[in-house]
Design a protein. Structure first.
Length: 126
């Protein structure tokens, strides 16, 4: 691809759309946009306490942002991320401190995955 086509308005517009989409799905943006909505009848800050549970790479960022945006409100929780993910967690994101981060196998479950799932169920049932 030549430099002339890289600077075209279409390429510039496509890049801007892509960057806006990536920004929109960042943990802080998603949590801010979800207050309140169909899954939470009231804003997170209206609860006396919350528990965080989740799985996948985004779960760690969501837990960190939840704690950061609602300090003192998050009492406990567990998120499960793929093996090795915590070592690659972006430094620009707040890490969870109250919500426990557990690792599990991906894409195939492991015994660690089963332990983490049991822990998440305990929090969800409580």
């Amino acid at each position: 691809m030549s430099n002339a086509s890289e600077s075209s308005p279409l390429v510039s517009d496509a890049r801007a759309i892509f960057e806006a989409a990536v920004r929109r799905v960042q943990a802080d943006q998603l949590l801010a946009a979800s207050e309140p909505d169909h899954w939470a009848p009231k804003a997170v800050s209206e609860y006396d306490s919350v528990k965080g549970v989740g799985m996948g790479k985004a779960a760690m960022a969501m837990a960190g942002v939840l704690e950061d945006q609602h300090a003192g409100l998050v009492g406990e929780g567990t998120v499960v991320v793929p093996d090795g993910y915590p070592e690659t967690y972006p430094e620009r994101l707040p890490p969870p401190e109250t919500i426990r981060v557990m690792e599990g196998g991906h894409p195939l479950p492991t015994e660690k995955s089963a332990r983490a799932a049991r822990r998440m169920l305990e929090h969800a049932q409580g």
